[in-house]
Design a protein around this ligand. Structure first.
Ligand code: HAM
Length: 420
């Protein structure tokens, strides 16, 4: 029986990897323009970390985590909790009061796989820790928008405020009362969530539930003056930066740590998976994890979803990395020279391919085209005898002789000159 990758875990084949690399590179370039620094984190963490940050009654913690139950360890379902753990553990706030950190890597959630939804997926995650001003929220959102715009991915930005420990509890009470009144119209899950996690009911994707909650009270109507002021500041700053947005008064995030600003970059091009990226503020999280009383805000973008959208929305083919030179060694005589020369050229930074099989010139030229070589160096028995190889420009098909005399490095230098 053939062994295959497990459901929800996907190979990224070389053609796709080119696109992935460009996404990652673009994220790095843009994030670093905003003063962000990279942090790399382990994949395994204490289960406790995610229970305490993401929240016990969230879908992620309740049913989606890959946990080694006998060891109390979990494969991270997201990066924010791990970044906060590292931030506290290494006292990063002591070095610099405001930390701007990003990380890129795989996350794991046991969800039902479908288009754009995997069990191992990848995020680019950015966090700004230690700053409270609403301008920071807008700056971070603008950074996410800049990344998507640069990659040519079209999205709609929605924002909301989830309030704070002052205004959210009384709102929750009001919401529970309302949900109990309409409980006969809700699905079983939502009826259960009414008491465990009432805000999630607002986020149910089932049409009857959506219709039922359309008149539910919104937190935006009952924000405390500080949260209201903050949300006003965020909107004002987004307008200043000319970032278009819509307010979604029922946006609820699937993770419990959020306070105040939340936002989602949404698409209609990925079927059921609407969010390309999402994030928000988490002003109590660091303290809750045993750290200093500092606020934070961040977002994560899904790399799979960005790659899919680029494929769908941008029809241009992404070339795989072309080679500079293909060395066609014909016959056995030339093989040692070609082998040594190839190594020398690679040392000099030239992308060089070689075929050791001694196949026909025709077959090797075909291979050279396949790897998109700009030039092919042809050396067979005749060329060895004359000490003169043939350098072929693959685009123009022009050929010129290349003196094979001298030491390898001299030959390499001559080639470098010819390739320029
Ligand atoms: P999240 O909304 O759970 O937030 O995930 C962020 C993004 O990760 C989603 O918008 C989506 O693009 C991608 N994603 C999530 N689950 C999957 C999946 N199963 N398959 C493919 N892609 C997926 C967070 O993770 C928060 N940590 C974001 C954040 C950072 N908030 C503050 N800082």
């Amino acid at each position: 029986m053939k062994i295959q990758a497990i459901n929800g875990f996907k190979d990224i084949l070389p053609e796709a990897a080119v696109r992935w690399r460009s996404i990652e590179q673009c994220a790095r370039d843009i994030f670093e323009r905003f003063g962000m620094r990279e942090i790399r984190l382990p994949i395994l963490e204490s289960t406790e970390l995610f229970v305490r940050s993401i929240g016990e009654s969230t879908d992620v913690v309740e049913k989606e985590m890959y946990t080694f139950t006998d060891k109390g360890l979990t494969m991270r379902p997201e990066a924010t909790a791990s970044i906060m753990r590292a931030f506290i553990e290494h006292g990063l706030h002591v070095q610099q009061p405001v930390q701007r950190l990003y990380t890129i890597g795989p996350m794991f959630r046991h969800e039902r796989p479908q288009k754009g939804r995997l069990r191992q997926f990848h995020q680019v995650d950015a966090e700004i820790i230690g700053a409270v001003e609403p301008q920071i929220d807008a700056e971070l959102i603008a950074m996410g928008q800049m990344l998507l715009d640069t990659l040519g991915i079209k999205v709609n930005l929605e924002i909301n405020s989830l309030g704070c420990p002052v205004c959210r509890p009384p709102y929750k009470q009001r919401l529970v009362t309302h949900l109990q009144e309409i409980s006969s119209e809700l699905c079983d899950d939502c009826r259960r969530r009414t008491l465990t996690n009432p805000l999630r009911v607002l986020d149910c994707k089932k049409p009857p539930c959506r219709a039922a909650v359309a008149d539910a009270p919104s937190l935006l109507d009952v924000l405390c003056p500080e949260c209201d002021q903050h949300f006003f500041g965020v909107r004002q700053s987004l307008e200043l930066l000319a970032i278009p947005f819509a307010i979604n008064r029922f946006m609820v995030r699937g993770l419990d740590y959020y306070t105040r600003t939340t936002f989602e970059f949404l698409t209609t091009d990925l079927g059921a998976q609407a969010a390309v990226g999402a994030g928000g503020r988490y002003d109590g999280l660091i303290e809750q994890l045993g750290g200093p009383k500092l606020s934070g805000i961040g977002f994560a973008m899904g790399v799979e979803r960005m790659a899919l959208l680029m494929e769908q929305q941008d029809k241009t083919q992404w070339p795989s990395e072309p080679m500079d030179l293909f060395v066609a060694a014909l016959g056995t005589e030339s093989l040692p020279l070609c082998t040594r020369l190839t190594h020398e050229l690679r040392l000099q930074g030239i992308k060089t391919a070689i075929d050791y099989s001694g196949r026909s010139l025709k077959a090797q030229l075909k291979q050279a085209s396949r790897v998109q070589a700009r030039f092919t160096l042809i050396i067979g028995d005749d060329e060895m005898e004359r000490q003169q190889g043939i350098l072929r420009n693959m685009a123009s098909q022009e050929q010129c002789p290349l003196d094979l005399n001298g030491a390898h490095h001299q030959l390499a230098e001559r080639l470098l000159e010819a390739l320029r």
